[in-house]
Design a protein around this ligand. Structure first.
Ligand SMILES: Cc1cc2nc3c(=O)[nH]c(=O)nc-3n(C[C@H](O)[C@H](O)[C@H](O)COP(=O)(O)OP(=O)(O)OC[C@H]3O[C@@H](n4cnc5c(N)ncnc54)[C@H](O)[C@@H]3O)c2cc1C
Ligand SMILES: NC(=O)c1ccc[n+]([C@@H]2O[C@H](COP(=O)([O-])OP(=O)(O)OC[C@H]3O[C@@H](n4cnc5c(N)ncnc54)[C@H](OP(=O)(O)O)[C@@H]3O)[C@@H](O)[C@H]2O)c1
Length: 278
């Protein structure tokens, strides 16, 4: 099959239009809502491949580039939503962030990825652990009513450099409030900021004394992570997802491995699922 200017055969992708844009941190973090092909199907946690023509040098014309972006939107919405960082000097992300309503982008017709709740056959507590834009994949899951039927507790841990990068915070706090029936609430939202102290007013901090700058890894190591959440990571009842910075995924995977967490293998269900963003 011949390729066109997107670098893919025409039958492999659709052209979609930007509907809205939210800028969380100017020049750094934004979300885009785009039209969705009615035949596009995905499971929360999967990612799309998005394409754009990227301007070349003075002599060369634009060349197509494709990148993976997790779906933020619910699987049954009319539009697709993506949450993106702008990597300084990145080839693709500055171009994506420069799009405005009415602009076009390409979306591969196939959704990809295995960071879905189907990876777990059982489990009582779901731990969704992300750094940076790794949050994207979990938002689609948290917007899916089926997720709330499956687990007695859900813990969302979001590690960022500064508090201002805690995107979707209002939506997450609203989910916390709406699911706070039980003694400790169904959803615990734990922002972790590594380059400044976490502002306790950003979430319902029970222990404001524990909010000094930290990485998720150091909090797990010291026991503070479980202390802040009020729940123990237990291989028999906890199901853990890791998403985002590959160094965080590697480090946490090793730490959790010593506590009985491992990804599933053929024929054996796991209690850990991971996705690296680069
Ligand atoms: C399965 C999957 C899902 C992804 N989903 C998302 C998503 O929902 N939102 C999103 O913003 N990105 C996501 N990414 C990353 C995205 O595909 C691009 O890599 C990113 O937008 C940067 O593209 P770039 O061409 O500007 O830089 P690249 O040349 O692709 O990357 C340059 C460098 O930037 C850093 N980097 C790349 N992506 C990120 C990131 N997301 N956060 C922090 N640093 C990064 C790394 O150091 C990388 O080596 C995902 C990647 C994968 C593999
Ligand atoms: N976020 C910003 O303010 C900012 C500003 C300008 C440019 N950028 C660029 O944007 C890109 C993405 O930055 P980002 O901040 O979204 O993503 P990031 O670099 O992956 O950092 C996100 C969070 O992950 C933490 N982390 C990194 N490695 C870890 C590990 N091994 N274990 C546990 N936690 C770990 C970071 O802690 P540490 O802080 O300790 O690394 C930070 O809290 C980069 O290219 C960066 O240069 C970001």
């Amino acid at each position: 099959m011949s390729q066109d200017s997107t670098g893919l055969p025409g039958a492999r992708y659709t052209s979609q239009t930007v509907l809205d844009k939210v800028v969380w941190v100017p020049g750094q973090l934004c979300s885009l809502r785009v039209t969705r092909d009615p035949d596009y199907r995905f499971t929360p946690g999967q990612f799309a491949r998005i394409g754009l023509p990227i301007a070349g040098g003075a002599e060369s014309g634009p060349t197509p580039e494709w990148r993976a972006y997790s779906m933020v939107s619910r699987a049954d919405e009319d539009a697709l939503e993506f949450y993106s960082v702008v990597v300084p000097d990145g080839k693709f992300s500055p171009a994506l962030a420069s799009l405005v309503p009415g602009d076009t982008l390409w979306v591969d017709k196939t959704a990809f990825g295995f960071l879905t709740l189907e990876r777990f056959v059982d489990g009582e507590d779901l731990w969704l652990i992300a750094t940076g834009t790794g949050l994207s994949a979990y938002l689609s899951m948290l917007r899916d009513p089926a997720t709330w039927q499956r687990f007695s507790r859900i813990v969302l841990v979001h590690g960022v450099r500064h508090s201002g990068e805690l995107a979707y915070r209002a939506e997450l706090l609203d989910l916390v409030a709406r699911h706070s029936g039980g003694p400790s609430g169904l959803l615990t939202y734990l922002p972790v900021t590594s380059r400044e102290a976490t502002n306790p007013f950003l979430f319902n901090a029970l222990r404001p004394d524990l909010l000094s700058p930290a990485r998720i890894t150091s909090l797990l190591d010291s026991g503070e992570l479980e202390e802040r959440v009020g729940l123990t990571l237990d291989g028999a009842r906890s199901r853990v997802m890791l998403c985002g910075n590959p160094a965080m995924v590697t480090d946490l995977r090793a730490m959790l491995g010593t506590r009985g967490f491992a990804a599933g293998r053929r024929g054996a269900a796991g209690n850990l699922a991971v996705e690296n963003y680069w």
